[in-house]
Design a protein around this ligand. Sequence first.
Ligand code: GLY
Length: 390
Amino acid sequence: MNHDLEQIKRDIITSIDINAPIIGLRNPMVGAGAEDHQWLYPEEYFWTDSFWTGELWLAYMITGKQEYKNMARMRYAHLKKILDTPLWLNHDLGFEFSLSAVADYKLTGNLKARDLALKATEALRNRYNWNGQYIVAWTAGAEDKAHAESVQGKIIIDCMQNLPLLLWAYDETNIESFKQVAIGQAETSLKHLVRDDFSTYHTFDFDPVTNKPLKGCTHQGYSDESCWSRGQAWAIHGFAQLALMTGNLRYAELSENLTEYMLDKISEDMVPIWDYLLPENEIQYKDTSAGSVTSAGLYILSEVFDKAGKSEKSEYYKNIANQMLLALREGYDLTHDPKAQGLLSNSASSVPHAMERNLPYLANAMLPYGDYYYFEATLRATGHTKFFGK
Ligand code: GLY
């Protein structure tokens, strides 16, 4: 196994250099297939629109090369359009604006980027149901009224990754409601999306009128009661990050328990199958994006415990993070292939949708968020601690 973490970093930068002119102004959505490592792009908009931009900002952060900054900034017209298009507004504003406008402001002091990120934070706060204390995850158009109604009271575990935008905005402005929304959403997720055994529901429905809790469900997992591995990864990373940002070790303890559940279920190679409760007779697709998100999250957990003076725990989580990162490097890293446009193969965007729509690339291909978190995990593994959250 190649243990040279600095070499992974260099290989990622080489891949970005090769692919930046090919990708140009577009925003990667998903790889074309299991063996076809070219990107597919959304027609206009998709929630994944800032992960490549995030990679460009990480590259700028560690090299200082202006070209990455300039390429990342070429996305501003699109980012403004997102804020002006009601049907594109959803909980993913946190991913979209933390990895672009907040990154720009943090790294360069660009005040226009700060203004745009604050507008995005307001749009995210507008999604909060103050009575039910949750962020409504999705927006659906009127063409399918039943679906549009069904999402009015829906929260999802992925939203944990969007809370840093709110906490950043609170630090910038001292406006209390930004923090209240972040903590409210985290507490509601903890109560309803995390099960007693520390597995997770992907989504949870409330009655949007009475806010009565209804039921846990899935969207991309095997079944409502299974444990979608990327959802578990968003929770491990999200709660560890929240502990780091708030200093509240209760969130770190939760991330630990979620991790223990993951460790009990993960295959020996330390690369997650797409659902931790997948029956043996189903195709055992890997989801390397769940692996990279989890690995990055465990480096954060290690940092939290290091800061709290708990060095044994810190080492324990760092060791697991390393194992998961190196397993990706060994089995799924594409940086040796000059034709590959991304960094990691074998991610599962949504296996149920792949089956339903007969689109195999949704079950097994590259994903831009798998790549972003692979880069983040590699940087955390090599000692970087400053990222684009709070
Ligand atoms: N946030 C959607 C996903 O993880 O696929």
